[in-house]
Design a protein around this ligand. Sequence first.
Ligand code: ATP
Length: 209
Amino acid sequence: MVQTNNLTFKYNNKEAVFQFPNITLQEQESLLILGKSGIGKTTLLHLLAGLLQPTSGSVVIDELDINALSHSQLDNFRGQNIGLVFQKSHAITSLSVYDNLKARLFFSKKNINRTEIDILLEQLDLTNTKYSTINELSEGQLQRLGIAMAVIHGPKIILADEPTSSLDNENCSIVMHLLQQQAQKNKANLIVITHDARITSSFKNVLTL
Ligand SMILES: Nc1ncnc2c1ncn2[C@@H]1O[C@H](COP(=O)(O)OP(=O)(O)OP(=O)(O)O)[C@@H](O)[C@H]1O
């Protein structure tokens, strides 16, 4: 369950104060967050991930106020419970696809289960790239690896920042389907921010900032 209470945020070097509407998501519920450029979508996503500390208000995940955690507790919590899908790949370029996934599990302090990695690679159509290095991957394969890296550790929440905006229609549908499939498999909340109107119909809950 994800809940935000009266969240506000101000960047140190800026005057603007962002005030975000409250969000309440029950287990496995998904949310699409829309809004024009600069309105604060990525800022909200980073608050939900605990990457930014709110100026006031709180983010509560499974009854835990993540803003009350120390830095190291929050790092630990994020590593184990949050999966972030970025627009650009955050994979380590000198490692293979397989070793990137193993590294992700290592940093999450999760056991490395080779069968689970193989199943995920199969689901994301990445089996043939298992031993490829990152610079050998196509854009679509990189995008799918981003999803694999975000879900391999079984997070409670999957947060995706503009996962489809650079994709053509076919890959847009594929990526949305994979995100929803992985959220369902992990019984996770899926929160996607975008200004890509094509994916609005994939969500029951839509919040426009
Ligand atoms: N690290 C930062 N320091 C100072 N200001 C920032 C920082 N990050 C973002 N901002 C500012 O905060 C505002 C909101 O940015 P944010 O990236 O959250 O918007 P967004 O809705 O995701 O935009 P877009 O759709 O263009 O990605 C913008 O005016 C941006 O310049």
